[in-house]
Design a protein around this ligand. Structure first.
Ligand SMILES: [Zn+2]
Length: 408
């Protein structure tokens, strides 16, 4: 049912029967497009009942390829114990402990489908672990380029998954340069290399969009009034919005949409700044620094799409300081029993702010996305470390994990 890929900037169509990256004309992000009218005739949301409790239950709206799966997706939507109309979508229960599992399950599935062999990623975080795990499951080579001072969990898991880990003496931007150098080598085409960096291949968005399908299905095909999403690269936000459009075309939901809220760290908030200034794209955030390493993305590649979604959904963008994020992480653990990634706990900070300003009313149904488990951030969240250096300092609260980070 996958018919073609479409550029999100110029609308140009490209064939989906071969590996693609970004639009050759304007570097726009490519979206997978399906014959939704045909799917509507042959599949209904009622048929989802009893299907496998993974993101692949939505295979009617995913590429037709043999999935590389570790059981990702269909994560719990937990009722908050503190706020009656808030749900916490706990992505920390995914394989490899984060929402990155969804995008990389889809991307590695397509890489194997296209007989690619060596998958490269510059990453200082959970995307690296997820790529390593899914590559192991698929029998493909994962080549991870990480700053040498990455969080311990990510380095150790990549090693155990058998990935080729190159520790780079520098920042994530230096890691990205190493991948770019590889692309210029003779080996790139010949040996089946592929760059699976966020939004530079079309299928990570497809994996992430299943979060949107799950929100709808788990709420009984109702739309919530709001979704608060920690936004680094913003792939999940793009994916969920794409899912809502597809579901409307399929007749699974109506034209209603949740307000989409992007939460960023005050130490790296390019989308919040652009939103406040009414700009259609973001500027590179200088000296990005936050303990929430997934939010350390100085200029998301898909910024133009993120800002458009905030506008269309009547949403907004909110920032949270590292100190607020740390407090919220501890609060969630004690109040909800959820040991969240700091990026996820930032949603609680945003929700409290939006409740106090009246943007949300207590009776509004709002979904907060916990994007990963706190267990992978132990060296960041260890009170012995965070107490030693004030969290609100300009530098990262713990140590320089990666400095500048791309949307990985
Ligand atoms: Zn284009």
């Amino acid at each position: 049912m996958l018919t073609h890929l479409e550029c999100t900037r110029c609308g140009e169509h490209y064939p989906a029967d071969r590996p693609q990256t970004v639009c050759p004309k304007d570097s726009g992000i490519l979206y997978a497009r399906y014959d939704l009218a045909n799917i509507k005739r042959t599949f209904s949301s009622a048929r989802l009942a009893g299907r496998t409790p993974t993101m692949w239950r939505y295979d009617a709206v995913l590429p037709d390829a043999n999935p590389v799966t570790l059981g990702e997706g269909f994560t719990p939507m937990l009722s908050s114990r503190e706020y009656p109309n808030v749900y916490i979508k706990d992505e920390g229960l995914n394989p490899t402990g984060s929402f990155k599992a969804r995008g990389l399950s889809a991307a590695v599935t397509m890489a194997r489908h296209f007989h690619l062999k060596k998958l490269a990623i510059p990453s200082a975080g959970n995307a690296a672990g997820a790529l390593a795990a899914y590559s192991a499951a698929a029998g493909l080579e994962a080549h991870i380029f990480m700053p040498k001072d990455v969080p311990m969990a990510n380095r150790v898991e990549c090693d155990y998954y058998g990935a080729q880990v190159t520790l780079v003496d520098g920042l994530i931007s230096d890691c990205a340069r190493r991948v770019a150098e590889l692309k210029n080598s003779d080996s790139w085409e010949k040996d089946g290399w592929f760059d699976v960096s966020t939004t530079k291949e079309p299928y990570r968005v497809e994996g992430k969009k299943t979060m949107g399908y799950e929100v709808a299905e788990q709420l009984g095909w109702r739309m919530p009034q709001g979704i608060i999403y920690p936004t680094g690269g913003g792939v999940g936000l793009l994916g969920m919005w794409k899912a809502f459009e597809e579901m409307e075309a399929l007749g699974w939901i109506g034209s209603e949409r949740p307000k989409m809220i992007c939460v960023q760290s005050a130490g790296c908030a390019p989308i919040v700044k652009a939103w406040d200034e009414g700009k259609p794209s973001s500027e590179m955030w200088a000296n990005a620094a936050t303990l929430a390493s997934g939010l350390r993305v100085p200029k998301p590649y898909g910024d133009y799409l993120i800002l458009d979604i905030l506008k269309k959904s009547k949403g907004t963008a909110v920032s949270a300081t590292d100190s607020e994020i740390l407090d919220a992480t501890r609060h969630w653990a004690k109040a909800e029993g959820i040991f969240a990634a700091p990026e996820g706990a930032a949603c609680l900070v945003a929700y409290r702010k939006l409740l106090s300003t009246g943007f949300f009313k207590p009776e509004d149904t709002v979904i907060l996305f916990n994007t990963g488990t706190g267990l992978k951030y132990q060296d960041v969240l260890d009170p012995n470390v965070t107490a030693a250096k004030p969290a609100q300092s300009k530098k990262p609260a713990t140590r320089q994990i990666a400095g500048i980070i791309g949307p990985y």
